[in-house]
Design a protein. Structure first.
Length: 170
């Protein structure tokens, strides 16, 4: 396993729609292992392939006290409820924002061995699935922030605020 470089806004790979993975082979399994290692080193809950420069439909997630897992070609097939929650992203360091996410989701895809899986998730797990799957379509959580007052700087970075949202940040 090797940690990979996390891509930061405005890297164009973060805005590309990712391609489906035709088969889970040893190269995909190695990428999964490397992504999990990267997620651990960066202190994230989830990571999507474009965040490490790969335009592939692949995510990894690890909830506190659970094992990390991968979903290949993930797709949310059902959403229920809505809540506004604080969200951040490894590709947008130094910021968090209030976004609306589902309370629960059902996701389907393939596991790291290429077997079909279905995940019923609530709260943080549902949020992580929505957030990471958005990455696969070139969507960042900041795209959901309509009011710039709902985006908060949490530490100093070299990032330009204009890279995050079109509206000026106060």
């Amino acid at each position: 396993m090797a940690a990979l470089k996390v891509r930061i806004v405005p890297d164009p790979v973060l805005r590309k729609k990712c391609v489906r993975i035709p088969a889970v082979d040893s190269s995909v399994q190695q990428l999964i292992a490397d992504m999990i290692q990267t997620m651990h080193e960066e202190g994230g809950v989830g990571l999507a392939a474009p965040q490490v420069g790969k335009s592939l439909r692949l995510i990894v997630i690890q909830m506190p006290d659970d094992e990390a897992f991968a979903v290949v070609n993930p797709e949310i097939i059902k959403r229920e409820g809505e809540r506004e929650i604080m969200e951040g992203c490894l590709s947008i360091p130094g910021y968090q924002g209030l976004v609306k996410r589902a309370v629960s989701v059902i996701c389907k895809g393939l596991d790291s061995d290429g077997r079909p899986i279905r995940i019923k998730a609530v709260d943080l797990m549902a949020q992580a699935l929505e957030h990471e799957i958005d990455h696969l379509d070139g969507i960042l959580y900041t795209d959901y922030i309509e009011n710039p007052e709902k985006l908060f700087r949490i530490d100093s970075t070299d990032m330009e605020t204009s890279d995050l949202v079109d509206a000026p940040i106060k």
